[in-house]
Design a protein around this ligand. Sequence first.
Ligand code: HPA
Length: 274
Amino acid sequence: MEKTYLEMIEEASAFLQSKVKNIPEIAIILGTGLGDLINYIKDSIAIDYKEIPHFPVSTVEGHSGRLIFGTLGGKRVMAMQGRFHYYEGYDMKQVTFPVRVMQHLKVKKLFVSNAAGGMNKEFQVGDVMVITDHINLFPENPLRGKNYDELGPRFPAMTEAYSLKLISKADDIAAKKGMRLMHGVYVGTPGPTFETPAEYEYFRIIGGDAVGMSTVPEVIVANHAGMEVFGVSVITDLGGKDIKEVPTHEEVQKAALKAQPNMTSLITSMLEEI
Ligand code: HPA
């Protein structure tokens, strides 16, 4: 008989519990070109996604697809190196499956990072932007369909999808470090096309500061699961009416790589202080 979604979550969770003694309460999802943080995780054990029951396997270039357990900033963490994108063809239940497994493992805080295109005219390539809120433009909500009441409410509030406490902690740390840290609204789109100039403009007009092809599904599920969420975007390109540069995946990866030290330092310090 085909397994239910809940059974699949339980099996993946049981597998990880059999492999890792001390399951952390903090999880990190690392975006395109932002996997370097992994190198700072101490005493780590890595588990390939393909070993974990029911885990999708990530396909996109620049993602290796491993779950890392270890210590960062003095805290036990679980980090996803590589995420599942809607544009790869996964459905929303697959995209957000790892977050459900985290929930089953009793993860309380989720840190997410991504590469994003900037529409805010103050932004520069290489900026790190704390996500203060998002606009969901994916064609489907990951919570569509049967609601499992044991996982969360049918109609969850999204009023503080990104924890104000964690945002303010990030601001304090950035001020102390003298680090330029932007704030903004992340627009989540299905991709895989980058935006037309008119689309970047449209996203800016509706209240967006940056746009990307991930994060929103995971953050919706994390909120449904009652987790506290912190998100950062690395601005890897700029888009809008007057911008002539053409974004490419290579460009995005290169810019992400350059901004990594700032992002790594911010997240590590946050872990030290929470
Ligand atoms: N648009 C969408 N996704 C992105 C972009 C962008 O400009 N840059 C990095 N990811």
